[in-house]
Ligand binder design. Sequence first.
Ligand code: NAD
Length: 474
Amino acid sequence: MYPELRLFIGGTWRKTGRDIPVVNPATEEELGRLPCASVKDLDDALQAAVEGFRLWRRTSPRERADTILRAAALMRQRQEEIAHSITLEHGKPLKQARLEVIRGAEFFEWDAGEAMRTYGRIIPAAQGHKFAVHHQPVGVVAAFSPWNFPMSQPARKIAGALASGCSVILKAAEETPAGALHIAKAFEDAGLPAGVLNLVFGEPSEISGHLIPQDPVRLVAFTGSTTVGRHLTTLAAQHDTRVLMELGGHAPVIVCEDTDVQSAAVSGAVRKMRNAGQVCTSPTRFFAHESVFDAYAAGFVARAKATVVGNGLDATVEMGPTANDRRVPALSELVEDAVAQGATLATGGSRVGERGYFFEPTVLLNVPEAARIMREEPFGPVAVINPVASLDEAIALANSVPYGLAGYAFTNRADYIDRLIDEVEVGNLSINTLEASMPETPFGGVKSSGYGREGGIEGLENYMTVKNVWHSAE
Ligand code: NAD
């Protein structure tokens, strides 16, 4: 069920002289060998993307949309096969992998529709003159997607680029290459012209260091940590290249005194453990009003403890392993630091078993502000629950980190909701739900969580440039 791993350059699949293992994080067994691109492979991809752009930018938006929709339909048809390889390489439960395939297809379907609506405008002008604003594809895109959603992360970037008329070279995550590979296969089968989509893997810094300075690359689109995002933004700035950055988050959840505490606690725990907490919008810092804190914490901890952890191929499993060997020590350190600073470890806190990168669903209570986890994104199944005396305090704490991606609140009070909308510093605020990202809504951050938006009608703006045309008849 796991595909043969190759690069996709100029419409052909290739192996290379150097490869690295891809490992199942649940068993630590090798799934396959991933070819690493050489400088020559990257130059070939660049040349192919230049030629692909020349052709694709002149392809009508409707034809582009038709191709994207054909590819998305193939992804839906291949849902089972794609989901299976995602679970093998990433570890998430098969049920969540199946949903990810559908979400990935939806990103393509939404952007395919938007491809036909990149309207310009006419600006009134003096007689004999016409001003017309055109939106045109920016050019070749160098895109970098992470390992937490092996299919839907690459989908977002490929969808935006292709719908806008750009060509793209995607470096997907080396730990989880199959999701992107299935996308490339679907586009090949859907008849996408050669060179419009190119897929490479290898040493991330070598690939970004080689591609970003190249003249034809007009946009760098990255999802990953703020540290790497800043590095790539700096590199892009040296070449006056635009960036779309979807970086880290450290999402606050404000639980007000008027909410249904038990149901909010259960949904909080379930959502926290989704994808083993490896989601940039994962709810992490829970601020519960002091009058409901005890009940909220008790409900949350009980549900977290009940989470079934194991191999994602087992149908009863709710949470798989973390995706790579870096996460377990990183999470252990954050938990140890919080406890040393005075936090209460209500459940979890340790690695599970000897094999695979499993970490227990973990809840920390009454965590002091000085603890690292109050500022550093854990990117794992660890929640912090602290009491607050007022909405003022909750909002101040929500805004106290450099991140501003997703934020959540549970309340039905109109005056509270009004203040939350105005005052919480995030790109995506969800009230009475822990969903944050849909194809039809713009997704992205403020502050150190990045620039630009993916999805919504805003999503294609990053991939397009504005040209004003002044036609004079005089
Ligand atoms: P990392 O920052 O080293 O890597 C994140 C992603 O960036 C990976 O896919 C990696 O291949 C890529 N990358 C790294 N260096 C690069 C470079 N020089 N050029 C191009 N791409 C590069 O971190 P990690 O250990 O893989 O993950 C740790 C942290 O990354 C997490 O704690 C989390 O904050 C963040 N992260 C965020 C997201 C997200 O959805 N925003 C996804 C994955 C990881």
